[in-house]
Design a protein around this ligand. Structure first.
Ligand code: TMP
Ligand code: ASP
Length: 253
C-alpha cells in the first residue's frame, strides 16, 4: 500500500496530501485538548462525530452559497477538502457572553449581546492566540481591508445559518470560531470557510435546560463529551447510532 504524505498534524486533526492536486484529506483524531494543550485526553468517538458534524455544517453552507473547503466525506474519520492558504486568524462570533469574553469584560455567561460581536485572535499557540484588532491585521498584512470586509460578511452568514439550524433543534448557539482560507482561481483569489465547524469550536447550550453540548464539557469537567456531541448529532439527524459503537470496526470471525 502506498504511504500518504502527512502535511500537518494539529491538536485535533491530521492533514494528508489528497488524491488530486489542490485537495487534502482531513483526518479527525479523538484527541481533545484545552487551555492551549495544558489539558489533554483521548475521547473515543469524538473524531467520528466531528467528521460527520463538520460535514453537515459545511455542506449546508455550500448549499446556501457560503463557500467552504468541504468537498466530500471519505469515511468515518476523513473528509476530502480543498487545499487553501489559511489566514492566521481565529474569527470568533458571539451571540451571548461566555468564556474569555465574559472574563475579559465582566459580563455574566449567558447574557444576550445587543448584536453579534465578531472578534479576531492571532493564531499562534506559543502566544496563546491573542486577541487582535483590525489595526494589527492591516499593519502586519495578515489580511487586506477587502479581505476583512469579506471575512466579516462570511462570519455573519455562518452565524445566521448555524444559529437557525441549531435553534430548530432546541439548541442555542452561544458563540463559535471559524478559520478562513484563500483559494486561487487563475488571476482571482477568493476566501472560503476552512478548518472545521463542530462542537469543538462552538458553544452550544440546550435551550430548555441550559445543558452544555460542546467542548466546555471537557474543559470544565462537566460529564461525558461523546454523550454531549452525540446528542447534537442525534438532534440534527446526522448520526442515527451511538458514536462510540461506530468508532471501532468489529472483527467478524
Ligand atoms: P473563548 O470564549 O474561549 O474565547 O472561545 C470562543 C469560541 O471559540 C468558543 O466557541 C470556543 C472557540 N474556540 C476555539 O475553537 N478554539 C480555541 O482555541 C479557543 C480559545 C476557542
Ligand atoms: N484552544 C483550544 C480550546 O480550548 C484547544 C487548546 O487550546 O488546546 O478549545
Amino acid at each position: 500500500m502506498a504511504r500518504r504524505k502527512k502535511i500537518y498534524e494539529g491538536k485535533a486533526k491530521i492533514l494528508y496530501e489528497g488524491p488530486e492536486p489542490g485537495t487534502i484529506v482531513q483526518y479527525f483524531k479523538d484527541d481533545a485538548t484545552a487551555f492551549n494543550a495544558q489539558k489533554k485526553d483521548v475521547i473515543e468517538g469524538k473524531g467520528v462525530l466531528n467528521n460527520r458534524l463538520s460535514e453537515f455544517f459545511m455542506s449546508g453552507l455550500n448549499q446556501i452559497g457560503v463557500p467552504t473547503h468541504f468537498l466530500k466525506r471519505l469515511n468515518m474519520r476523513e473528509q476530502l477538502v480543498r487545499s487553501c492558504e489559511i489566514i492566521p486568524l481565529e474569527v470568533i462570533v458571539r451571540n451571548y457572553a461566555a468564556g474569555s469574553f465574559s472574563k475579559r469584560l465582566g459580563i455574566e455567561e449567558g447574557t444576550q449581546l445587543p448584536r453579534p460581536i465578531v472578534e479576531y485572535c492571532y493564531k499562534d499557540d506559543k502566544l496563546g492566540d491573542p486577541l487582535v484588532t483590525e489595526e494589527h491585521i492591516a499593519a502586519f498584512g495578515w489580511a487586506s481591508q477587502q479581505d476583512m470586509d469579506d471575512i466579516l460578511s462570511l462570519a455573519l452568514r455562518v452565524n445566521d445559518f448555524l444559529s437557525g439550524v441549531m435553534l430548530a433543534v432546541g439548541i442555542r448557539l452561544i458563540d463559535f470560531k471559524i478559520e478562513i482560507g484563500r483559494v486561487y482561481d487563475g488571476d482571482f483569489m477568493r476566501l472560503i470557510v476552512a478548518d472545521e465547524i463542530s462542537p469543538d469550536s462552538c458553544r452550544l447550550w440546550d435551550i430548555e435546560s441550559g445543558r452544555k453540548l460542546d467542548k466546555d464539557v471537557f474543559r470544565r469537567d462537566l460529564g461525558n463529551l461523546t454523550d454531549a456531541y452525540s446528542e447534537v448529532a442525534r438532534r440534527l439527524g446526522v448520526m442515527p447510532k451511538n458514536a462510540t459503537h461506530m468508532a471501532k470496526p468489529k472483527l467478524i470471525n
